[in-house]
Design a protein around this ligand. Structure first.
Ligand code: ADP
Ligand code: MG
Length: 451
């Protein structure tokens, strides 16, 4: 196996396994000699070797065979300094600073340069999260610890975290910033356990100045990882080091997370990224179009297309971005300007998926299921609180999620007057602010209706 062959194989593997897996599992491998059809791959630790051999061996072998059909088998061996393998270009270094030499073992997850504050569009739904992220990124005295960012998928949590890390790197290069996903935290912890390197592990994590852990819901139910996370967390808080956490829901709502971890996570500033609204989506689209212009000079977008997309694609920003990317690629391939016709053609599937109309019946059914009451009681005349509240919740959702008018909604709730509906909607709007349980119910119902 020559170095040129191995480099080609690595490139192909990168495409197949994705950047993250590649950086974690493939880049650290080095290839040794080929003897009697057996290729040796050098691995940094035994655990690493086992993992790669169980998860990627077939794939690696397959790629090797397509380069060199003498290869019949792979062998994994611990790398020792004197066993010189074919020298390889150094794997791309993560862009975050690992400023102090004592922490050179501290490999952070690579940061995405596109995820900067400059590229983050601020609107009402995310302004609080953005402001908090900005504050933390100044690297001044720690005022809230941890900063806990949460929100649904694709709303910009990872983007904000990368932006913080990059900003800190610019402003305070001397700080040791560690960004990683909760999954990577677990992986490193498990690896340290297997290799009996817990002391090193603890030392590394306790020596950072800023720790950022993305998607922390991942460690729920993983008891020993949670335990270790808890201790790391406490040690850093005690030293007054900044911690930034993200999750897909509020600390209190993460199932299988120990109470002491929950309460620790809650004791700083908890801010959420709300689902996008029309204005924010339009703003994001406009800013992404600017970015796309560079790739496709001369491509025109007809007025109204972005507004249409912002109106129709409400799920999350990732989908919105994907739609735009596809639109540009498609238009440039067929050499047409981006107008409504082309948009309808090119995005038919995306648009259909978001088209699904939600009916009043569906809402009534879901809400009565949620509160465990009968559908007949939901629309019936009884005024008991245990029926009236779910009824108001359902009315509220009908108003927000369908285009039905108040009188129409009233009719479908046992022939009630439109003022009754209006009152119900108002009441829920108030409760949403003051009653966490109602807010949570609404969020759950909305998600399940949209699913
Ligand atoms: P999450 O981590 O919350 O699932 P991401 O941070 O990965 O979401 O965001 C998904 C995509 O949407 C990314 O490409 C990100 O750049 C983009 N995005 C999300 N919110 C914004 C925003 N406010 N402005 C610009 N891009 C955004
Ligand atoms: Mg994310």
């Amino acid at each position: 196996m020559t170095q040129a062959q191995w480099t080609k194989i690595r490139d192909r593997l990168k495409k197949t396994v994705g950047q993250n897996n590649f950086t974690t599992w493939i880049a650290p491998l080095s290839v040794g000699p080929l003897e009697d059809g057996v290729t040796t791959l050098f691995v940094p630790t035994n655990f690493f070797g086992n993992y790669v051999s169980q998860n990627f061996a077939d794939l690696i072998l397959h790629e090797m065979q397509s380069e060199n059909d003498n290869v019949t088998r792979l062998k994994f061996e611990l790398a020792t300094p004197d066993k010189s393998a074919i020298p390889l270009p150094a794997p791309a270094r993560p862009k975050t600073a690992t400023a102090q030499p004592s922490n050179s073992s501290l490999n952070t997850a690579p940061l995405d340069a596109r995820f900067s504050f400059d590229n983050f569009v601020v609107g009402k739904p995310n302004e609080l999260a953005h402001a908090a992220a900005r504050r933390v990124a100044e690297g001044g005295p720690v005022t809230f610890n941890p900063l806990f960012l949460y929100g649904g998928v694709g709303l910009g949590k990872t983007h904000l975290m990368h932006a913080i890390a990059q900003e800190l790197h610019l402003r305070k290069p001397e700080l040791n910033v560690l960004y990683l996903s909760a999954e990577q935290f677990m992986y490193r912890f498990v690896q340290a356990l297997r290799d009996r390197k817990m002391m090193d592990f603890k030392e590394i994590f306790r020596s950072v100045d800023v720790l950022m852990v993305d998607d922390v819901q991942f460690i729920a139910g993983k008891d020993s990882t949670q335990e270790e996370f808890f201790h790391t967390f406490n040690a850093l808080v005690d030293q007054n080091k900044q911690i930034i956490i993200s999750a897909d829901r509020a600390p209190g709502e993460i199932k299988d997370l120990e109470d002491r971890v929950k309460s620790r996570l809650q004791c700083g500033l908890v801010v959420d990224l709300h689902p996008t609204d029309y204005e924010l989506r339009l703003g994001i689209l406009q800013s992404k179009v600017e970015a796309q212009r560079a790739n496709y000079p001369g491509l025109e977008i007809e007025a109204g297309v972005l507004e249409f997309l912002a109106h129709r694609i409400t799920s999350n920003v990732r989908v919105l971005e994907g739609a735009l990317t596809r639109l540009f690629a498609f238009a440039s391939l067929v050499g047409r300007e981006i107008n409504m016709d082309l948009t309808q053609d090119c995005l038919a599937d995306v648009l259909r998926a978001s088209e699904r109309k939600i009916s009043i019946e569906e809402i009534q059914r879901k809400v009565s299921e949620h509160y465990n009451i009968r559908l007949s009681d939901m629309v019936g005349p009884k005024r008991l609180r245990s029926y009236a509240r779910p009824r108001q919740v359902a009315m509220y959702l009908c108003k927000k999620m369908t285009s039905r008018s108040l009188p129409e909604i009233g009719r479908r709730f046992g022939g009630r007057d439109h003022t009754t509906v209006m009152h119900g909607v108002k009441r829920i709007e108030e409760l949403k602010q003051s009653d966490g349980q109602i807010a949570e119910d609404l969020e759950l119902l909305r998600r399940s209706l949209e699913a």
